[in-house]
Design a protein around this ligand. Structure first.
Ligand code: SF4
Length: 288
């Protein structure tokens, strides 16, 4: 029986089992690990936090407040409710405290200095940096993110179309192919669960989440890939699943044997694939 035909109670169990089986299959973490969960207030990360907590893992939530007006405020309120209800510690890391300004201000400052970065590009770089730095401080054994099967399939195809082999190979249930003592292993327990399944689960569970789009979203490029893959999937079910399985086989053969080494940024000491990391580049541009 396909999951969309399952009665609600059976469907909930199916999702929870699938998360548990993914964790076991890819050896993501164990019950003795302290698992940080990167939460945004959206359906994916809220589902992830809830299910991991329900399955008895030692979880702690971490969120990055990029100060995107009411959108961030609403997400933070929702996250506080969820964490309080399920007795999970929530760490809030703020752009204003870390960088002295909000995401929109950083974007506008960069633009005024001639650097045309999209909000999502800056946001992604700075959030990844903060998540890794604070996961280390909080002594997480790994950091779980809410990426689902659709996100993974889109990222693989996008990197293929951009001819970015290294980035494509970094996709997968464990981002630990990047080996560095300073890099906290990132894991994706929702890796085999589709977007549609997450939406259904989140609505069934009545999670207080924001289903809207971030007002700063500049995801038009990704939207093209979403539409393209959704179109294929309608005609050929399992296309997205086949993409991530194909990628898994490539990664197993070509990368996992060796791993990808990264160095350290000469300025801040965080993991970086070049001499000076992108975060330091952005901060330098802001101070000029
Ligand atoms: S949509 Fe873009 S700007 Fe908004 S939170 Fe996500 S990455 Fe950041």
């Amino acid at each position: 029986m396909t999951s969309d035909r399952m009665p609600d109670a059976k469907f909930k169990l199916y999702i929870e089992r699938k998360v548990r089986n993914t964790i076991r299959k890819y050896k993501l973490f164990s019950k003795t690990d302290k698992v940080g969960v990167a939460v945004s207030g959206g359906k994916d990360s809220t589902t992830l936090l809830y299910v991991l907590n329900k399955l008895g893992y030692d979880v702690e939530a971490i969120t990055i407040d990029a100060a995107i007006g009411n959108y961030t405020k609403q997400n933070l309120e929702n996250l506080k409710k969820v964490c309080k209800k399920h007795d999970v510690k929530l760490d809030v890391i703020s752009f204003r405290e870390e960088f002295g300004m909000s995401l929109c201000y950083i974007r506008d400052m960069l633009k005024s200095k001639g650097h045309e970065y999209s909000s999502c590009k800056i946001c992604g770089i700075l959030k990844r940096y903060l998540l890794n730095k604070h996961s280390r401080r909080l002594k997480f054994d790994c950091l779980a993110t809410g990426h689902n099967l659709d996100d993974q399939a889109q990222s693989i195809v996008m990197n293929l179309f951009r001819n970015d082999f290294t980035l494509m190979m970094r996709q997968g249930p464990v981002s630990g192919v990047v080996s560095s003592k300073k890099f906290v292993k990132r894991v994706k327990p929702l890796y085999l669960i589709s977007e549609e399944e997450i939406v259904r689960y989140s609505k069934l569970m009545k999670f207080p989440v924001n289903y809207g789009i971030c007002p700063c979203s500049t995801g038009a490029y990704r939207r093209d890939y979403i539409n393209m893959l959704d179109g294929f999937e309608k005609k050929n079910p399992h296309v997205k699943y086949n993409i991530i399985k194909f990628h898994e086989q490539m990664a197993a053969n070509m990368i996992k044997k060796k791993g990808i080494e990264v160095g350290q940024c000469k300025k801040c000491g965080e993991p970086a694939s070049r001499d000076v990391c992108k975060v330091c580049e952005i901060l330098k541009s802001l101070s000029k």
